[in-house]
Design a protein around this ligand. Structure first.
Ligand SMILES: *[C@@H]1O[C@H](CO)[C@@H](O)[C@H](O)[C@H]1NC(C)=O
Ligand SMILES: *[C@@H]1O[C@H](CO)[C@@H](O)[C@H](O)[C@H]1NC(C)=O
Ligand SMILES: *[C@@H]1O[C@H](CO)[C@@H](O)[C@H](O)[C@H]1NC(C)=O
Ligand SMILES: [Zn+2]
Length: 439
């Protein structure tokens, strides 16, 4: 088995199992180990051990392809048996953290310290992670600074009645109904780097307009930095690694639905999402029974007759995932989408040596049903739809340090920019073809 495939496999375990085991704990005395298997035999052995031990949590650490270590998170009472197994099989390991709650606390304090340097609505995107409330305040301040170019719209409310806002950005030339590039982020609460990138994109298009003029010439950009507002706030205040939203389910033991399994295209298939509220990929009782996925649906449908590009920002893993997620077959314009993903991945490779994998979600990762990009292409007629899994950071992948924000968002912007320009190229080629066929 190649190490790439193994990493993908570990990531799968991580995404599906990770915080269902942890959701309500404050990570007191949770241990993080890094394992260094020496050869394929040891890798196989680890695989076996992990299937047998559902309480050991694998954190596919894919900081880059250079990293060979695999991280494991275990509850305090599991640490001893893990160490025993590793020693028995002579697998090298290192204890990275003896008490994960210390890391969560340290990062929280780091963030508070950094934020103290700014006064809302002015923020430094690369200087801290911001709450949904702070981000909304920042968004609300932009139309004043850019009256011709920025407009805040509210499409609805979260379950806990937080206003769900998005920003539309244009170049102020007064031309209406241009094709749209729609970007959303933080459908999953703990993926904090995603809103950071959304904010960075906003600043590039507004504050750094001279350099990015071309991107707005024939396109309007619509940006929603936080979809899962309640879950995201909860990850700031309570449980750092929370993923789902915060609406109660029929099961009093379990709160939250995976918004990215709640969309109404091929929702409810046997594979690719869970009917069980305790699962991290719980799909809800019906498609769109969650207010936050309804809002994204409404935005997609609102712009559906001119939606050139839908980009959903997630973390982590360095993937550009295309539809379909629910089936092994491909949408009709799959090759166009591959061309866009390829442009993004190559631009990043050239800029930083960062390596992205790209292809259909089903083939690259695992099946997903009811995700937002499948809906965007299957129902809302988006020409191109991509889920971008940003690079990992920090201890568990979801928790980069503030000092890493700049590196990640500047690299990612190179990719987003290149993808947008490729979409433009495709649209132009299509328009030309149409013209020729009319002639
Ligand atoms: C891997 O590490 C080598 C040596 O440290 C470095 O030159 C190279 O750029 C790294 N590659 C990636 C993809 O990070
Ligand atoms: C959660 O649901 C997924 C999708 O149905 C399934 O593959 C996975 O095994 C479930 N995880 C747990 C811990 O039950
Ligand atoms: C998407 O395109 C199909 C086929 O042209 C059309 O029937 C459908 O109404 C469109 N969907 C939306 C949401 O506009
Ligand atoms: Zn995600």
């Amino acid at each position: 088995m190649t190490s790439y495939a193994l990493l993908g496999w570990l990531l799968l375990l991580l995404l599906l199992q990770f915080s269902c085991l942890l959701a309500w704990q404050d990570y007191k005395d949770y241990k993080v180990f890094e394992l260094q298997p020496e050869d394929d035999d040891q890798v196989q052995l680890l695989r076996q051990l992990f299937w047998q031990q559902p309480h050991w949590d694998f954190l596919g650490s894919r900081l880059s392809y250079n990293e060979s270590g695999y991280r494991v998170l275990v509850a305090p009472n599991q640490a001893e048996s893990l160490v025993k197994q590793l020693q028995t099989h002579m697998i090298e390991y290192q204890l990275l953290s003896d008490d994960l709650s210390q890391l969560v606390k340290a990062q929280r304090e780091d963030n508070q310290r950094n934020k103290a340097r700014f006064t809302l609505p002015f923020i430094d995107v690369i200087g801290a992670f911001y709450t949904h409330t702070e981000i909304n305040e920042y968004l609300d301040s932009l139309p004043q600074r850019y009256p011709q170019r920025a407009l805040v719209k509210q499409f609805g409310w979260s379950y806990e009645r937080r206003p769900l806002k998005l920003l539309t950005i244009n170049n102020g030339d007064g031309r209406a109904n241009k094709p749209v590039i729609f970007i959303d982020a933080a459908m999953h609460a703990r993926e904090w780097i995603a809103p950071s990138l959304a904010l960075y994109i906003i600043q590039q298009l507004l504050d750094n307009y001279a350099e990015n003029e071309q991107l707005l010439k024939d396109y309007d950009w619509v940006i929603m930095p936080v979809v899962n507002a309640d879950g995201y706030e909860f990850s700031h205040t309570d449980s750092r690694y929370w993923r789902k939203n915060r609406k109660p389910t029929w099961d009093p033991e379990n709160i939250g639905t995976d918004l990215n399994r709640n969309f109404g295209y091929m929702w409810g298939l046997d594979e690719g999402a869970s009917p069980d509220p305790s699962n991290e990929t719980y799909r809800g009782e019906h498609a769109f029974d969650q207010p936050e996925s309804q809002v994204v649906r409404d935005v997609l449908l609102h712009y559906s007759d001119r939606l050139s590009f839908y980009l959903s920002l997630h973390s982590y893993g360095n993937y550009l995932l295309l539809p379909w997620g629910h089936t092994s077959s491909f949408p009709s314009n799959y090759l166009d989408m591959m061309q866009v993903a390829d442009a993004g991945a190559m631009a990043i490779l050239q800029a930083t040596n960062g390596i992205y994998s790209y292809g259909s979600g089903y083939h690259l990762m695992y099946s997903t049903s009811g995700d937002s990009t499948d809906y965007a292409v299957g129902v809302a007629n988006a020409t191109v739809a991509i889920t971008m899994e940003l690079p990992a950071g920090g201890f568990l992948g979801f928790d980069p340090w503030i000092s890493h924000i700049e590196g990640i968002v500047t690299e990612s912007w190179v990719g987003v920019r290149a993808m947008a320009l490729e979409v433009e190229k495709l649209d132009q080629a299509k328009a030309k073809k149409k013209l020729i066929s009319i002639n």
